[in-house]
Design a protein around this ligand. Structure first.
Ligand SMILES: [Zn+2]
Length: 271
């Protein structure tokens, strides 16, 4: 998505920027997740757009008769989320108090995401087609929640703003729209179609694995999950999830190398 559309999506111009500068969104945890981040817009700005986008997505799915059609699957996913949510406090104190939401879209797609502020969406195809165990679901969910905790979308938008500012592009030239409906539409596109960087992905894997372990799910499922994901990709059809979360054998190796760090948390959680 072009930068100006991302900017329009969050409804801001260069002139209205809150210069928050560099900060870290999370505490380190045992996996060390406190890299300093460039943040030029507020969490509130992005969260509001995310909430609008999430509502829109739910409404569209409802109209198509695709929202939460499988009560068993919905209960399963919400149960897993309820165990992970309290653990997010390790990384940031405000997160357990977020207005968390978990919903399921009935679709063959292999996809899942967590928008800023804790709005989680799973596509039934991801669980059903890959026959995910509860622990594998916890790894996916933990990973997606980690993106939200670290506010990777906010960081990406901030980097785009910084790039534009460096070029001396004024807000007028960006064609910003104040139309709320348009903002919600583009904003939701920007938020769910985010392509995360390798750094973001590695952070989300580390935090996600710690959340999985602390919630009492075996973090070894991280290995089997990504192997399943890679196998699905070999089938020729690039899963949606895979396009925004590229994986290869080095990712699986990195997850394996983290297991000695997070297994004690899992063992403690089970006691
Ligand atoms: Zn990711």
């Amino acid at each position: 998505m072009p930068v100006f559309r991302i900017l329009a999506a969050i409804g801001i111009g260069i002139a209205s920027l809150t210069l928050n500068g560099c900060a870290t969104t999370t505490s380190a945890g045992v996996v060390g997740a406190d890299r300093s981040q460039l943040m030029l817009i507020s969490s509130e700005q992005l969260e509001q757009t995310a909430a609008q986008g999430y509502t829109k997505l739910k409404n569209e799915a409802t109209q198509k008769g695709e929202l939460n059609k499988d009560p068993k699957l919905l209960a399963r996913l919400r149960g897993i989320a309820q165990r992970i949510e309290p653990q997010t406090g390790v990384f940031r104190k405000d997160a357990p108090g977020w207005k968390w939401e978990v919903n399921v879209i009935d679709s063959n797609e292999l996809n899942a995401f967590c928008m800023p502020g804790g709005k989680i969406m799973f596509y039934s195809g991801l669980v059903n087609r890959l026959q995910l165990t509860d622990a594998e679901i916890a790894v996916v969910m933990g990973h997606e929640i980690a993106h939200a905790l670290r506010e990777h979308s906010r960081e990406q938008v901030s980097q785009a703003i910084a790039a534009q500012a460096a070029l001396g592009v004024g807000s007028a030239a960006l064609g910003l729209s104040q139309n709320a409906a348009a903002l919600a539409n583009v904003g939701y596109q920007a938020l769910i179609a985010t392509h995360f960087s390798r750094t973001d992905e590695a952070e989300a894997d580390r935090i996600g694995l710690e959340l999985t372990a602390r919630a009492g799910y075996n973090p070894r499922a991280g290995v089997s999950l990504w192997q399943k994901m890679m196998n699905a990709n070999e089938g020729g059809q690039m899963p949606e999830f895979f396009s925004s979360h590229p994986a290869d054998s080095s990712r699986v190796q990195q997850i394996e190398s983290l297991l000695p760090v997070v297994m004690p948390l899992y063992n403690a959680a089970r006691r």
